[in-house]
Write a protein that binds this ligand. Structure first.
Ligand code: NOJ
Length: 483
């Protein structure tokens, strides 16, 4: 059995191991889980979608004039990705987009969230446009519209043009103007057809894993570059929002944030204050760092004093420039974080106690399955002055076994039932949550974990590219059926 190390951003240096191959007994059970929820309970305007990201699905990494991205570069290096896999081919969404959109429609979803690959449009990051790349996204958008599916576009889902990384990437302040050029082009080009835009995807993940822990592209481990990149990302996110609003009539502008319910490990009344403080620092880093500047609250330096150094990178006017009044905030929830004080972790002085150590239910990537967590993060973010919350990603990876033509993924169905129950609970208590997008439409390339974790509602045989809707996909089809 293949065991390997997975170090989560929340772990900040804590190592845990992936699950041993899970028992597949449950797959043979005839039991079907009764549907307790109804989509109607969420209201008729609630949005139901499924999501994906360019690098994880498109393939065609060097076709039709596309330039290399940092993920092409990173995955082509040795020992970066599980089994040496890469996104060169992925699910060939570049070729198969029509079939995938048809399957999305078959499952009764009304929204498709996908991202644009910056280097497919600007092969060198700025300047010369690749017309074939532009045509591709027009085709994807048109296919959605012709099928009554609303396209929701993410502008940056982690695949920076490699040419810009050579200039320092997000750690170089010039990236703000490079990014602005890209956003301006995309919104002017596609803005008459697409109204829903997300500027960035999970900055805490791509900056933390890419510039601090080095597990993701570009593979840098440098706290100063991490802070610089953080500041530039936050400005670019707000600038990006302004550009969208300027170029797209009736735009719905958002950005997405990874978020986890965080709690201290120790209940002990004498010892707990240290873990309570550790949980607070973790919360500042993982949940608050990227959203609070846009809300005009600045960086959460009070809760995590090690962030103070970020002020060195300020230029006049930055304080104002960091603010942007998003129309919606995308929340993406995958696990709970249980925090403990640790003097061995630089900067944060806190570590995560893994799901495995706590012996709680986990998915294939050792993320804790904890439905109440989504309720708690929705409540936490509802305390901010936010107009609209959309769950732009939520989902789970389990080992899926193809039996004939079916995949009986009853654990995934149970996951959606229990998480959706919690989303509804938050909504019924007044949280402004108005949409839920499944991660992911199809199985795909899961970054440093390669193709092993399968998050899709649609199974992909990566040798033949054959798609098979899983039972969870049929569950959604039924759940979203319009009577
Ligand atoms: C969040 C990221 O946006 C997505 O790209 C990734 O595949 C999922 N988390 C699952 O890890």
């Amino acid at each position: 059995m293949n065991r390997r190390t997975w170090i989560k951003l929340g772990g900040m240096g804590v190592t845990s191991f992936l699950l041993p191959t899970q028992s597949v007994d449950f797959l043979f059970s005839k039991k079907t889980i009764p549907t307790k929820l109804s989509a109607q309970a969420f209201g008729k305007d609630f949005l139901w979608g499924a999501a994906c990201a360019a690098y994880q699905v498109e393939g065609a990494w060097n076709k039709d004039g596309k330039g290399p991205s940092i993920w092409d570069e990173f995955t082509h290096k040795k020992n970066k990705i599980h089994k040496g896999e890469n996104g060169d081919v992925a699910t060939e969404f570049y070729k198969n987009y029509k079939a995938d959109i048809a399957l999305l429609k078959e499952m009764n979803f009304g929204v498709f969230r996908f991202s644009i690959s910056w280097s497919r449009i600007f092969p060198s990051g700025t300047g010369k446009i690749n017309q074939k790349g532009v045509e591709f996204y027009h085709k994807v958008i048109d296919e959605c519209i012709n099928n009554d599916i609303e396209p929701w576009i993410t502008l940056y889902h982690w695949d920076l043009p490699q040419a810009l990384q050579q200039e320092g990437g997000w750690a170089n302040r010039k990236i703000i103007s490079w990014f602005n050029e890209y956003v301006a082009f995309c919104t002017k080009t596609f803005g008459s057809k697409v109204k829903n835009w997300m500027v960035m995807n999970e900055p805490a993940a791509f900056v933390g894993l890419g510039y601090m822990l080095g597990y993701h592209a570009p593979g840098i481990k440098n706290p100063f570059k991490f802070l610089k990149a953080t500041h530039h990302v936050c400005i670019a996110m707000a600038d990006g929002g302004r550009i969208i609003r300027q170029n797209v009539a009736d735009a719905n502008v958002g950005s997405t944030f990874s978020c986890s319910h965080i709690e201290p490990y120790t209940d002990d009344p004498i010892l707990s204050y240290k873990d309570v403080a550790a949980a607070k620092r973790m919360d500042a880093l993982l949940n608050r760092l990227y959203i609070e500047p846009s809300l005009g609250m600045g960086y959460p330096i009070d809760s995590l004093p090690a962030l103070k150094r970020i002020e060195r990178y300020y230029e006049p006017g930055d304080e104002e420039r960091l603010k942007f009044n998003f129309d919606f905030i995308g929340l993406q929830n995958y696990f709970r974080v249980v925090a403990r004080k640790s003097m061995f972790v630089p900067f944060l002085k806190a570590k995560q106690i893994s799901a495995e150590e706590r012996n709680v239910p986990m998915n294939e990537m050792k993320f804790e399955v904890y439905p109440e967590g989504i309720y708690k993060v929705i409540k936490q973010f509802s305390k901010y002055d936010i107009k609209n919350i959309i769950i732009t990603e939520n989902g789970v990876c389990y080992e899926d076994v193809l039996l004939g033509n079916r995949i009986h993924d009853s654990k995934r169905i149970e996951f959606f039932e229990t998480y959706l129950e919690q989303v509804l609970k938050a909504k019924n208590e007044g949280a402004p949550v108005n949409g839920y997008f499944v991660w992911s439409l199809t199985d795909n390339f899961e970054w440093s974990e390669g193709y092993e974790p399968r998050f899709g509602l649609i199974h992909v045989d990566f040798r033949t590219q054959k798609r098979t809707i899983k039972d969870s996909g049929y569950w959604f089809k039924d759940f979203l059926r319009i009577e």
